[in-house]
Design a protein around this ligand. Sequence first.
Ligand code: FUB
Length: 446
Amino acid sequence: MKLYIVFLLIIFSNLAIAQNPIIHNQFTADPTARVFNGKMYLFPSHDIIAPEGANLRKDWFCMGDYHVFSSENLTAWTDHGVIVDQKNVDWVDSNSYSMWAPDCVERNEKYYFYFPANTKHVNADGRKSFGIGVAIADKPEGPYTAQVEPIKGVLGIDPNVFIDRDGQAYLLWSMGKIFIAKLNANMLELASEPIEIKNLPEKGLKEGPFMFERNGIYYLTYPHVENTIERLEYAISDSPTGNFKVTGVIMDESPTGCWTNHQSVVNFKNQWYLFYHHNDFSPKFDKNRSACIDSLFFNADGTIRKVKPTLRGVGITQASDKIQIDRYSLMSENGISVTYIDTLNYFAGWKTIFKEKGVKIQYNAVNFENDGYTWVNVRAMSDKGGELSLSFDNINSKTSTKIKIPVSKEWKTTRVKILKPKKGVHNVIVTNVKNQTVEVDWISFE
Ligand code: FUB
C-alpha cells in the first residue's frame, strides 16, 4: 500500500466561479459529485494535453492523476490537489495516462475512491486492459491509500458505486455495455458474479453508469451514442439490478460536438443537480473537457425533465465578484455576441461584444444582501468610446445607471456610482446605449 499525501498547497480557493464551466484552473471531465458532511465534493477525471515524448496518441484521452474539489455553495470551489497519481499505484501502468472516470463513496466513516486505469499486465494480443482500483481515506479530501491490486473479476471503466437503502453496495462499470455486481462489506471485493444490465439500447456505445434512488425508483443514468455522439439517457427500475426500462433523455448531444458526455445526479440542500462535461475550454479538441452543473427537475410521475445546458449554471453570484456577464441568462438575438478573450489561452474565458444600439444581456441571481453597494466597475474596451446602461430585474427600472466607456483598444476598468438596488438578490441587465461597439470582460459592484 502506498500513501498519497494531499498537496498541502491548495492551488486556489474561494474563486468566485458561479458559472459553467465551474473549474477554471484545469480540465475536469467525468464529474462525479457527492455530498459528504453537508459539502459538495467533485471527483472528476483530469484531462491534460499529451506530454511531449510520452509515446501517446495526441488525439486521445490523456489522464495521469485525480484531484478532488469541494464547495459549500456550488459557486466557490476549492481544489484540494492531487489525491491519486498513476505513478504511485502498484498495479497501474505508470505511463499509460489512462485514469478515466472515477467515483467516491462513504462507508463507515471511510471514503472509498474507485478509479479505472490500464494495468501493468499485457494481454496475449499485446493490449492492456482496464482494471478498477480502490483508494481509501479518512476524509473526502484525502490522503488516500491505494490498494495494491485492482478489484478481482472486473475488467472495465467508469466505476460507480451505489449503496442501497438496505446497506448493500453495488459496483457498476462499463465495457461497451453496463455491468453490475454486489460488493462485499469491505467495499473491495465483488460479492456476486457480474451481470450485464439488460434492456438498455442494443445499438450504440453505452458507458458511464451512475445509479441513484428516489422515492423507491432506481435510476440508471448513462451516456449513449444513439446518433453520432453521446447524449445522456436514463432507465428506471424497482430494483438496482433490473428490470430496467429505458425512459428518456436527460441531456441532448453537446452543442459544440463534444463526443463524450458523462454525468452524476445529486441532491444538495433540497435541489437536484446534473453534473456533466462539455469542451468549453478546448473548442478544437474534445478530449480536454470541463465540468458543468445545471439544475435537474423531476415530473410528478418520477420521470426526469430534460436538462438544457446553460452558461449561467447554478448558484448565487456575489455582487462583489467579477461577474462574467458572458455566462448570461438571456441575451438579445442579434447585434451582440460572446467570444473567447484569447484563443491562445482559452482559460482566460469569454467577453461580450455589444455591437448595436439597444442590445442587452441579462445575468441572473446576483446577491446585493450586504449594505452599501455604491459603485460598479466595468472592465471594457471600445475603439470609439461607447455607453452602457445598467439596470436591475427590469430593463425599464428606475435604477438604471449610465456608464460611459472611454476610447481604448485595451481593457480599462471604469468606475461609476450606481443607483442602488434594494437589498436582496437581483438580475443584472446591461444594455448598449449607442451604436458603438463595446466589449465587456466583467462587471463588479463595491
Ligand atoms: O474520460 C474518459 C472516458 O470518456 C470516460 O471514462 C468515459 O465515460 C468518457 O467520458
